[in-house]
Design a protein around this ligand. Sequence first.
Ligand code: HEC
Ligand code: HEC
Ligand code: HEC
Ligand code: HEC
Length: 411
Amino acid sequence: MRSGARLARAVPVIAAGAVAMLLWLGSCPGMNAQRAEAQTSGGDDLRPVYANAQDVAEGKRLAETTCAKCHGVSGISTVAGVPHLAGQRAAYLYRELRAYQSGARGNDIMNGTVTFLSTDALTNVAAYYASLDPAQPAPGNEAPAGPDPVLAGKTAAAGCAGCHGEAGISKTPGIPNLIGQDPKYLVGTMTAYKTGQRKNDIMKTMLAALGDSDLSHMALYYGLQKPARAQTPSAGDQAAGQAAAAACAGCHGGQGVSGNPATPSLAGQDAQYIVAALKGYKDGSRGDATMKGLAATLNDTVIKDLAAFYSAQTPQAPNVRKPLSTAEWVQRCDRCHGTNGNSTDPRLPALAGQRVEYLEKVLHAYKNGTRRSSEMAAMSDGLTDTDVSDLAAYYAHQKPRAVVYVTVPPR
Ligand code: HEC
Ligand code: HEC
Ligand code: HEC
Ligand code: HEC
């Protein structure tokens, strides 16, 4: 491979497209020597990159007899859950086939299919599939723009401002602030209203028509607002309240800022609401075993003092980050998987144009650890179910590009 001229003459170019693979091969001094070396050394993963035309033809025969019934003629699958293989990167296919063979990647169908295939057969079939033109995504099917969850939360919460105040800062005595709370607490307590586990007719009605994603979007929206004290009055003795609050600090924090997502913060909360909550725990109208025991010992004066103390404290933003949008995730994924999921590294899979339900399935498998990969475990960890479906839809609709797949001259 010393000159471009020789490359053009001696090496059949099987699939057209970008030139990444070509350039990559262009840096290799001697193909056959490299393949021999690849076969005997740790560079084994790259074997199918050094396939010649005869190897590819043998791969084709195996594909037609053994793989086509699931992966489709020409490696384009029409079966849910079965990935397209056409145009997939050669070294990646080969490595996955070996992973199925060793059991490192578990799948009953594929484990059984490859058990008795030789290393050469796996090399050849990987080279064959890599050489094919990839499936094209259905035309006119643009990837859906994933909704911005914070904006969705703001929209869903539009009807709450009348009571809870703009951005969740209450101006009405008896109505709680919603800012400064961990979203997990807000979701939990809203769910409790919906199921009737926490009894309040107004809130039950307000939330009745909202689904789980509305609740989490609203909780996220409130979690990201700048906290401020409720703009409501309080009566009571703050200093006495502070002394009484020593018994509460272990859970609610010394200054009423809780570090535990299951425990609400009290700092800056409306005083009248705090009073009502504590009386509710005391008389059992608000059910919570922990708080019932604690509130039982408090008389009306202490309750008022506690409310005065907590309502005067400064609320803090809970530990929430704005989640990444699909576009922001894609930037991260593309660092390894190539622009729009068109990998230029033969060891990394292309994602562009892959079947959507297959992409969803494997992303969940990385997340729950049933498919093992240190890179993908780290990357998929932070993905919500919505992120998974948005990313799968995004990549399934990208235009896949074949790498120029070249074979080496016959040995
Ligand atoms: C009976 C159906 C069936 C047959 C036959 C079959 N496959 Fe598969 N193949 C599957 C399914 C289902 C998956 C997805 C498995 C998973 O999620 O791990 C898969 C996955 C794969 C993958 C992983 C692709 C990726 O993107 O990670 C490769 C490579 C593969 N098959 C190659 C082959 C080859 C080569 C043959 C023939 C020797 C073959 N398969 C025969 C059903 C089949
Ligand atoms: C008509 C007035 C009203 C409206 C509108 C309203 N709420 Fe409420 N909300 C209340 C009252 C009153 C309480 C206190 C109920 C109790 O004591 O359990 C409350 C309590 C809550 C709590 C519990 C706070 C805590 O610290 O435990 C959450 C969360 C909440 N509301 C969310 C919402 C959301 C989200 C909306 C809009 C979808 C909404 N509310 C609309 C009156 C209202
Ligand atoms: C062992 C931990 C623990 C201790 C100690 C504790 N709390 Fe709580 N508190 C909780 C939990 C958990 C909740 C949420 C219960 C629920 O879902 O209704 C809560 C809820 C509350 C609420 C309702 C807040 C809201 O937004 O609706 C108030 C008010 C409150 N506690 C005050 C106190 C006071 C005052 C003390 C001290 C006398 C105290 N708590 C001690 C765990 C604790
Ligand atoms: C640090 C590099 C890296 C990053 C960043 C990365 N991946 Fe991967 N990805 C890999 C590797 C390596 C594999 C092959 C792992 C294996 O063998 O199972 C892979 C495999 C996959 C597969 C399986 C493909 C198939 O055909 O089965 C999917 C789907 C995937 N990645 C999606 C993503 C998404 C979505 C992101 C962004 C959220 C992402 N990846 C970010 C390195 C990366």
